[in-house]
Design a protein around this ligand. Structure first.
Ligand code: FES
Length: 112
């Protein structure tokens, strides 16, 4: 049996946030999240999670999440809740979600 350096006895996280870090070439027909600062926002989320001591929460970069027009895009599992990290209120809602598991539906990504 392999020992885990963090002392875990089974795989997985209570909550898992993916932030799109995809970048398309100039002139692409769809926008991408990286030029909108998605990785800086991801680092902010990681810092908030670390400062809150949320060891069961993982924040990480993903590839394109296919909601590019609404980016920077973030999705949190297991709830499967989607966010557009377009302003400070959205970031606050994501941090609150990661800390409490509570979703404010007025702050989630809504398709037009
Ligand atoms: S480039 Fe970010 S969702 Fe597609």
């Amino acid at each position: 049996m392999t020992s885990d350096p963090k002392g875990r006895i089974q795989p997985g996280f209570v909550r898992h946030a993916f932030v799109c870090g995809h970048e398309r070439q100039e002139g692409a027909t769809r926008p991408s999240c990286l030029p909108k600062g998605s990785l800086d926002l991801m680092r902010e989320l990681k810092k908030a999670v670390k400062e809150a001591g949320l060891r069961e929460v993982r924040v990480q970069k993903s590839g394109c999440l296919d909601h590019c027009e609404q980016g920077p895009t973030c999705v949190i599992y297991p709830e499967g809740t989607w966010y557009s990290l377009k302003d400070a209120q959205a970031m606050d809602a994501v941090i609150h979600h990661l800390k409490t598991g509570t979703v404010d539906p007025t702050k989630t990504l809504v398709m037009d």
